[in-house]
Structures are given as structure tokens and as C-alpha cells.
Design a protein around this ligand. Structure first.
Ligand code: NDP
Ligand code: MG
Length: 389
């Protein structure tokens, strides 16, 4: 029996993880499930999976969760500290699928008991990649990527020497506005940005796909996770989303990872790693008509990509700033305070302002300084947002 915990159980990745676990209940002993406002779903899954602990990050949801589980012996708790505490309970496999930088501390707490951290929360790597990976090393824990592109790269690298890699190419579907005239983007609404042509995901990452902040985050994630220099990492537009990533080696060979656009592949791969088990996914059929198209990403349409390149070259706290400013800008867009294109302006203004402070270059890169910088970036981004709104 594998002891599993799911952080962000009520979200899109959390639910896909639960779908796989429910198909093999005898193989899994569920330790903790965490969620936010969707308390009814959290409680129902905790009952269905016979979890030991269910935690909501919101104190004002604690009463409802307690009431829903009062007839069971499932422990309940609330708040950020309780999520971290739940993540600290010994288990073999933890899914890190909280959205945003809020996933960082629980993910780090999960590493402290060794085992596997299946990392969907890309913000952890963008915000504090070196700390996360160093912590894993300290405790002998394994971090497995769950972002589909990074799972694909990870799989293409099995048995390979990283020094033989010439390029890593991740693909981008292009999101909701791939085919919109650039002139119309300024007026794009939240509802329009929330409809993805291919992937079915949480609202925040879906909007980040439309702006390509998601791909920007993934470029940074690639550099952090695989330790490859930024000049060896590319992203290309691939509307069919069938090829998730490609790894080019120095003998001229290129390995492409293909599959249906279904996150249960990357989740299932991490769940069963190092084995490759059967998964209930749609199969690609190349005996039928299939077209695979690739084209360069137009950086004029997607400034998030150029900003990510700046971050990769700067290193240090640049990723922390990029993520925090992006989260603040996204909140502003969702709340109707700024337009779609203003999100990149907010991130640009915040990066420019904070990176001009050279004292940051000499600061040690610790969790405390990361959270100080994250906090500062959110304040600066809120000011930038105000000036644009
Ligand atoms: P969702 O918004 O669907 O789910 C987020 C989860 O986190 C929910 O359980 C939510 O609770 C919970 N949550 C929200 N805020 C907090 C907080 N402050 N503290 C603790 N828990 C919180 O997101 P996704 O599942 O789409 O994404 C999760 C992560 O995986 C993100 O980092 C995303 O970038 C990454 N990812 C997602 C992919 C996808 O296909 N969805 C693909 C690749 C990566 P509730 O909903 O109950 O309020
Ligand atoms: Mg991805």
C-alpha cells in the first residue's frame, strides 16, 4: 500500500489524481487531502478515500468541513499552518497541486519525510527552485515533474546523460487567443481567456495559457528542474498539443514525447514511477489522418515569454518576482481592474523596479529572503496595477 497525500485535492490536478487513485483503492492509503473553498467536494473525497485528515486552507470554511465529517473519524483542520502540518505527516507520495506560491511551504514540508513529491505546482520551482531541490537532496526525497511538458522531458531523459542534451523544446498550445488579431487582445475578457481550446484546467492556469505566462513559467521551470542553461531551452507553438516536449541530443537524434492532452498521463507516470503502468487514456491513432504543426512563438503577441527569458538570464530572485507579480496581475485581471495586456506590463514594471535594487544581488537565497521578495513584489505589482487601472 502506498501512503498518499494530495495537496490541492479539490482542484483540476487534484481531481485527476483522485480519479486515478479511486480506480485502484486497494493500492493506496490516503493520509491527507487539502483544499480551499470547495469543502463539500473535499469532504466527499475524504469519505470516499477513507482519508485520515482533511484540511481547508480557509479558517472560515472550518466549521462546514467539521460538520460534513462529524459522523466519521476523519480529522479536520484549517489554515495555512494546518496544511503544512498535514503535508508533514509521513507518507510515500505527495501530490503538490495547490495553485500559486501558496504551494511552496507545504511542498517543502512534504520533502522532509523523504518519499516522492509529485510536483504540479510549478510556482515552487519558479519562486524558489534551488531551495526546493536542495531540500529534497537533504532529505533523500525525490521530486518528479507533473507539468506535462516536464514529465515529457523527464521521460525522454531516462537512461540519458544530461551532458548529451543539446536542446530542450517544450510545446505550447497557444491558449485561447492563439488566432485572435493582436489589436483585439487589449479588450479580451476574463470569460474569453478562461476557455482553453484543448486542455481542461483550473481557471488561473487557463488564463496564464492565454497570456503565455504559463509557458514563461515553464521555461523557467525547465531551467530550474533540469539544470540546463537558458540558451538551450526553447518553446514552440504546437496547436494540436500532441507532442508535449522534445529533447535533442548531440548525436543529432531528437526524442519527442507524444500522447493525448490529458493530465492523467503525467500524474499517473509520477504515481507509478519508476514503473510504467496502464492508464485509462485516449490512444493516438496514426493510421488515421493526423497533422502535427509547429511554429515559432510570436513574442510581440506574448511578452510573457521575453520577460521569462530576462528572468532566466538574471537568475537569483528574478523568478520570485516574476511569479509574485504575475499572480498579483492575474488577480487584477480577474477582478476587472486591468486589461489582459496590462498583466505583462505589471510584471515588466515590477521586475524592472526590483531588479534595479542591487542590494538584492548580494542577499542570500533563503526561504525568508524569498518570501520577503515575494511580498515586496506583490506590493510593487499592486502599485503598478493601480497606475494602469
Ligand atoms: P485549481 O485552481 O483547479 O486548484 C487549486 C487547488 O488549490 C484547489 O484545491 C484549491 O482549493 C487549492 N487552493 C487554492 N488556493 C489555496 C491556498 N491559498 N492554499 C492552499 N490551497 C489552495 O488549480 P489546478 O489544479 O489547475 O493547478 C494546480 C497546480 O498545478 C498549479 O500550480 C498549476 O500551475 C499546476 N498545473 C496544472 C495543470 C492543469 O492541467 N490544471 C497542468 C500543469 C500544472 P479550492 O478549489 O477548494 O478553493
Ligand atoms: Mg504545462
Amino acid at each position: 500500500m502506498k501512503r498518499v497525500t494530495i495537496l490541492g485535492a479539490t482542484g483540476s490536478i487534484g481531481q485527476n489524481t483522485i480519479d486515478l487513485i479511486k480506480r485502484a483503492p486497494d493500492d493506496h492509503d490516503v493520509v491527507a487531502l487539502t483544499g480551499g473553498r470547495n469543502v463539500a467536494l473535499l469532504a466527499q473525497d475524504a469519505i470516499d478515500l477513507n482519508a485520515q485528515i482533511a484540511v481547508t486552507c480557509y479558517d472560515d470554511c472550518a466549521g462546514e468541513l467539521r460538520d460534513l465529517l462529524s459522523h466519521t473519524d476523519i480529522e479536520t483542520a484549517s489554515g495555512e499552518a494546518a496544511i503544512i502540518e498535514a503535508a508533514s505527516h509521513p507518507c510515500d507520495w505527495t501530490m503538490s497541486a495547490i495553485v500559486g506560491a501558496a504551494g511552496l511551504k507545504p511542498g517543502i514540508a512534504a520533502l522532509a519525510h523523504g518519499g516522492i513529491l509529485a510536483l504540479a505546482n510549478k510556482e515552487s520551482l519558479v519562486t524558489a527552485g534551488p531551495i526546493l531541490l536542495e531540500t529534497a537532496k537533504t532529505y533523500g526525497a525525490t521530486v518528479l515533474p507533473v507539468d506535462s511538458e516536464h514529465s515529457a522531458v523527464f521521460q525522454a531523459l531516462v537512461g540519458e546523460d544530461i551532458n548529451s542534451v543539446e536542446r530542450i523544446i517544450i510545446t505550447a498550445s497557444g491558449g485561447a487567443f492563439r488566432d485572435w488579431p493582436i489589436a483585439d487582445l487589449a479588450k479580451a475578457t476574463v470569460a474569453e481567456a478562461t476557455s482553453h481550446p484543448i486542455w481542461n484546467m483550473g481557471q488561473r492556469i487557463t488564463i496564464d495559457s492565454a497570456s503565455m505566462f504559463n509557458k514563461g513559467m515553464e521555461l523557467i521551470e525547465t531551467k530550474e528542474f533540469f539544470g540546463v542553461s537558458s540558451s538551450h531551452i526553447d518553446a514552440v507553438l504546437h496547436p494540436e498539443s500532441t507532442v508535449h516536449a522534445m529533447v535533442a541530443f548531440h548525436d543529432g537524434c531528437l526524442m519527442a514525447h507524444m500522447g493525448a492532452p490529458d493530465m492523467r498521463h503525467a500524474i499517473g507516470y509520477a504515481l507509478h514511477w519508476p514503473k510504467r503502468e496502464a492508464l485509462p487514456l485516449k490512444r493516438l491513432d496514426f493510421t488515421q489522418d493526423q497533422s502535427l504543426t509547429f511554429r515559432p512563438i510570436d513574442v510581440a503577441r506574448y511578452p510573457a515569454i521575453s520577460l521569462a527569458r530576462t528572468v532566466m538570464e538574471e537568475g537569483g530572485f528574478a523568478g520570485t518576482i516574476y511569479n509574485a507579480a504575475k499572480e498579483t496581475a492575474l488577480d487584477g485581471f480577474i477582478a476587472g481592474k486591468i486589461g489582459f495586456l496590462d498583466m505583462a506590463r505589471v510584471v515588466d514594471m515590477t521586475l524592472t523596479k526590483i531588479l534595479a535594487d542591487h542590494s538584492l544581488q548580494n542577499a542570500p537565497f533563503t526561504l525568508d529572503t524569498v518570501f520577503d521578495t515575494d511580498h515586496r513584489a506583490r506590493i510593487e505589482a499592486a502599485q503598478a496595477l493601480y497606475s494602469l487601472g
